[in-house]
Design a protein around this ligand. Structure first.
Ligand code: F6P
Length: 366
């Protein structure tokens, strides 16, 4: 029978468990044997007890849980060829030729490299005497399917990554809590949200909670923005608003690619307006807690499709990413999604923000 392995990698995110459940059950429904790899790529490299066959009921009651029940890690060993050779050996010894990776752009880039190197790795294992020619022949092709689990919503190939919606819920809950204390004291609050180099969470939460100002990496403010921001804040106070809220993406930069920190924004408001100002860095709270209904549902949808995609794949099939486009679950070439995502990063690093934003358009509000 067909053997499928599943791992979650990189930063955890809500919705990973929903996808995992659907994947396991859809694959078992199609009579495949399913293995769970614990602790991400670290487990794949380590093997042993980190790779365990699973059953239908092992994944009961996990749909709404945040995080990932099979663990995740940011793994150094898998970045080295030696680590990837160990990983290949662990799969071949179990007859696994189908791998589903749920993770962010870094994890999916790693999966793509693994797939590209696969036949070379098997040659090396054969030369070393770790596998025999029959094992090499049986496992000659590795099929890879990727699902994007990340709160950042920073990957091309899907309009929404698993976890981004739940993280937005966490942010809005925090804003509701901050609003009551901020308006009681007539304070300004600078709220820093996650997203690495992507401003999605900051932009969408700012829209959803009517923040006064928002700073994101894809659209660095023009020089002199501090004055405009202060003008906006004081106008709203004059109009009767008892508080102000500024949302800063953790990756926010100015036109000269210099980071804009929450501390800097606070300093500007205090100096220019004399507002009593506080900073809240939401941090990992955004990645925790229950999974939103939306993330549960898209987790089920992309998970089920990923199982079908990986089982249908044969020796001619290139790796695919299963994502959402226009509310439809679609398969796209993984390599192309990774390349586009890297192009966005390069454009941002080069200060070409217009292009970066255009390329990211799929996941931003238009
Ligand atoms: O990629 C998800 C993310 O939460 C980013 O938003 C953030 O920059 C990073 O991971 C934090 O990483 P760690 O959990 O390793 O501190």
């Amino acid at each position: 029978g067909k053997c499928v392995a599943i791992l979650t990698s990189g930063g955890d995110s809500q919705g990973m468990n929903a996808a995992l459940r659907a994947l396991v059950r859809m694959a078992i429904f199609h009579r495949a044997r399913v293995f769970l790899i614990y602790e991400g790529y670290h487990g794949l490299v380590t093997g042993g007890d980190c790779i365990r066959e699973t059953s239908w009921y092992d994944v009961s009651h996990i749909m709404g849980k945040g995080g990932t029940v099979i663990g995740t890690a940011r793994c150094k060993e898998f970045r080295e060829r030696d680590g990837r050779r160990k990983a290949a050996l662990n799969l071949v010894k179990r007859g696994i030729t189908k791998l589903v990776v749920i993770g962010g752009d870094g994890s999916l880039t790693g999966a793509n490299i693994f797939r590209e190197e696969w036949s070379g790795l098997l040659d090396e294992l054969c030369t070393l005497g770790d596998i025999d020619e029959q094992e090499q022949a049986v496992c000659s092709h590795l099929n890879i399917v990727g699902l994007v689990g990340s709160i950042d919503n920073d990957m091309c190939g899907t309009d929404m990554t698993l976890g981004a919606d739940s993280a937005l819920h966490r942010i809005l809950e925090a804003v509701d809590a901050i609003t009551s204390t901020a308006s009681s004291h007539q304070r300004s609050f600078v709220l820093e949200v996650m997203g690495r180099h992507c401003g999605y969470l900051a932009l969408v939460s700012a829209l959803a909670c009517m923040a006064d100002w928002c700073l994101i990496p894809e659209s660095p403010p023009t020089d002199g923005w501090e004055e405009k921001m202060c003008c906006q804040l004081s106008q709203s106070r004059k109009a009767g608003r008892r508080m102000n809220l500024i949302i800063v993406a953790e990756g926010a930069v100015d036109r000269h690619s210099k980071p804009i920190t929450s501390q800097y924004v606070k300093g500007v408001i205090e100096k220019e307006l004399g507002h009593d100002t506080r900073i809240t860095v939401l941090g990992h709270v955004q990645r925790g807690g229950a999974t939103s209904a939306y993330d549960r549902v898209i987790g089920c949808r992309v998970g089920a499709e990923a199982a079908i995609a990986v089982l249908e794949a044969d020796s001619t099939t290139e790796p695919v990413l299963v994502g959402l486009q226009g509310n439809k679950v679609v398969r796209s070439p993984l390599m192309e999604c990774v390349r586009k995502t890297q192009a966005v990063s390069s454009a941002m690093k080069a200060g070409d923000f217009k292009n970066a934003l255009a390329m990211r358009a799929g996941s931003f509000v238009r």
